[in-house]
Write a protein of this length. Structure first.
Length: 261
């Protein structure tokens, strides 16, 4: 991806911020003692001064907070920004993703969008040797992934154009990736009636990603549920996958009403 310098810098900062929040969240949900800034910097491999600067900014914005012992935890602002990140949903998603991965022999993923980026919240692999990374916090573009398109499924063409203004889409993604906002909008217009995005070769040659939006009680999209694997394996099962993803997304949507601890 190439963009004008301010946007490129913002994207880089966003990726680091997501890494920081994800590390703090995973540490917190593990039940272990939280990270202080020095330990956090070591964990995610960034300079301690940068970690200090960015954690302070995240604290100022209400995404993180410091305990009395100087360890970090995720703050209310983060959960308010991305309600899909509440603990009830993350806990509930794990067995759903695991079942999808085993049932369809593919990677299963739950993701959310932040601007033009898609962040993986939780993933499950069908097998230990699966070649596609499922590390939580993985960041990909919204315009060449099934999850990204599912997260934009309610966007109009004008809204997609405004979102991608200043970004160069050529050279990113697989052979069937959208190269313009118009192409992305057209792809979503094609898939919207069926309620499922079918991204064949959009992120990588020979790889298919099927994705559906996960909606809250008001019908708003707050996450995307997807399976990803070889096109030759998944395409013959498209209708089965559509039904399974749709039902699973509806079940996950009900978890958004679970109060965040």
């Amino acid at each position: 991806m190439t963009a004008n310098p301010p946007k490129a810098q913002a994207a880089s900062s966003l990726r680091t911020g997501l890494q920081i929040i994800n590390a703090v969240l995973e540490r917190e949900t593990s039940g272990r003692t939280g990270f202080n800034v020095a330990r956090l910097a070591q964990e995610i491999g960034i300079d301690p001064s940068k970690a200090s600067r960015m954690t302070q900014e995240l604290c100022d914005r209400g995404f993180l907070e410091r305990r009395e012992d100087s360890t970090l935890r995720v703050a209310a602002g983060f959960h308010e920004l991305g309600r899909a990140l509440n603990h009830g949903l993350l806990r509930g998603a794990r067995p759903v993703l695991r079942r999808l991965a085993i049932e369809h022999g593919a990677g299963a993923r739950l993701s959310v969008r932040d601007g033009v980026l898609v962040r993986l919240l939780r993933g499950e692999a069908a097998a230990a040797a699966e070649p596609w990374p499922v590390r939580a916090g993985l960041v990909t573009p919204c315009w060449c992934t099934g999850a990204g398109r599912a997260l934009l499924l309610d966007h109009s063409g004008d809204e997609i154009a405004a979102l991608l203004q200043g970004y160069e889409l050529i050279g990113v993604g697989g052979p069937n990736a959208a190269h313009s906002a118009d192409e992305l909008a057209a792809a979503n217009d094609r898939d919207r009636p069926g309620g499922m995005v079918a991204a064949h070769g959009e992120f990588e040659h020979g790889i298919t990603e099927y994705a559906v939006p996960v909606r809250d009680g008001q019908g708003q999209i707050f996450a995307a549920l997807a399976v990803l694997g070889r096109q030759t394996d998944l395409r013959p099962r498209e209708e089965t996958i559509r039904a399974d993803l749709t039902a699973s997304a509806a079940a996950l949507g009900r978890l958004i009403d679970v109060a965040t601890p």
